[in-house]
Design a protein around this ligand. Sequence first.
Ligand SMILES: NC(=O)c1ccc[n+]([C@@H]2O[C@H](COP(=O)([O-])OP(=O)(O)OC[C@H]3O[C@@H](n4cnc5c(N)ncnc54)[C@H](O)[C@@H]3O)[C@@H](O)[C@H]2O)c1
Length: 257
Amino acid sequence: MRGLKGRVACVTGAAQGIGQEICARLAEEGAHVAVMDIRDTASAVERCTQFGVDAQGFLLDVRDKQQIHAVVQEIFKRWGRIDIWVNNAGIFDNTATVDVSDELWDRVSDINYKSMFLCAQAVIPIMEKNQWGRFVNLSSMAGKMAYSEEIAYCSTKAAVLGLTRALAVELGPKGITANAICPGPIETEMLKNTYQHLADINGVTLEEWCDSILKTIPVVRFGKPADVAALVAFLASEEAGFINGQAINIDGGLVFY
Ligand SMILES: NC(=O)c1ccc[n+]([C@@H]2O[C@H](COP(=O)([O-])OP(=O)(O)OC[C@H]3O[C@@H](n4cnc5c(N)ncnc54)[C@H](O)[C@@H]3O)[C@@H](O)[C@H]2O)c1
């Protein structure tokens, strides 16, 4: 166990997929959990409360600065502290560079990257009160490697790494760490939709596409949301206090830097 009893953990984009699993794992470790999403968070909240902690869902569009500040204040009012903030909300985009509209570019940037800056601005003053905090930011292996027709996704996920390092340097002296996670393919709705699209444009079935990807993963399996959640729980713990500003791969051995 990671000893998160009594900690208050907040997760964005937490209604489903990796975000929901992170909430459940942090709850299992004893943290109270703020479950934030633009979608219904009921099932994630229910999973958390099964571990005997307090959990509440919050409607939050991470593009909206005012909403972020309002939700952060609500969380602080309810629990009197914020210890762990997981920036998980993200969207994938698979558009050729010449076809990316300004609107699409801004949407992907606002959700995948600018939101992390806005959330940090709102949360830092609260973490500073206890001179303790953990930011965990979801990047991707696409933050380190490039994929064709993914200019918006790759750029924003690389930007997350710069943002994380900047937070790590600025907040380290205050007892607050910031780390990024770079997952490879993790079995979620996002991955399924992406692979279906790639299978379609390559004229193969989804099964054939998945088989071709599996051959490139040294451990010969796709990741599960629980794999990522376990890493988040560790980075959020006391014993990870000397890990700061890192971009940690969790990809079965796909990327080595
Ligand atoms: N699944 C993968 O293979 C994979 C790989 C690398 C990185 N990631 C990253 O992990 C994170 C989670 O991915 P996932 O696979 O669970 O995706 P998902 O699509 O299953 O879940 C994403 C969640 O984010 C929420 N969201 C979207 N826009 C939002 C907004 N404006 N405000 C608040 N919430 C919003 C969605 O409602 C959804 O619940 C993302 O940042 C993604 O880029 C995923």
